[in-house]
Write a protein of this length. Structure first.
Length: 97
């Protein structure tokens, strides 16, 4: 089973440590995805904001995003994210699973 785009976006933020007070512009969160998927990624980020998985932070330039720390355990237990973490021993030790 392939991970959903939501899980890929959340794992991208999680692997860079963008949780809580550490945040990044939406443009940077889209890096690493194919160019033809960028609009879908931005739409997915907006859906994740509405669902409460991602929090917006207003800054002097554009809005930044980070993972909502209150939903971190729920995010780590998503099947696609667990698969990413278990495939890579570095992440497995880092996220204490």
């Amino acid at each position: 089973m392939k991970p959903k785009l939501k899980e890929k976006v959340l794992f991208n933020l999680l692997s860079h440590g963008y949780v809580g007070k550490k945040h990044t512009p939406i443009v940077n969160a889209c890096k690493g995805f194919p160019k033809h998927e960028i609009n879908r990624v931005k739409d997915t980020i907006n859906v994740l904001i509405v669902e409460g998985y991602i929090v917006l932070k207003t800054t002097g330039h554009d809005p930044d995003i980070s993972i909502n720390p209150k939903r971190l355990d729920e995010i780590k237990n998503m099947p696609g994210i667990r698969k990413f973490i278990e495939m890579n021993p570095y992440f497995k030790g880092r996220f204490n699973l």
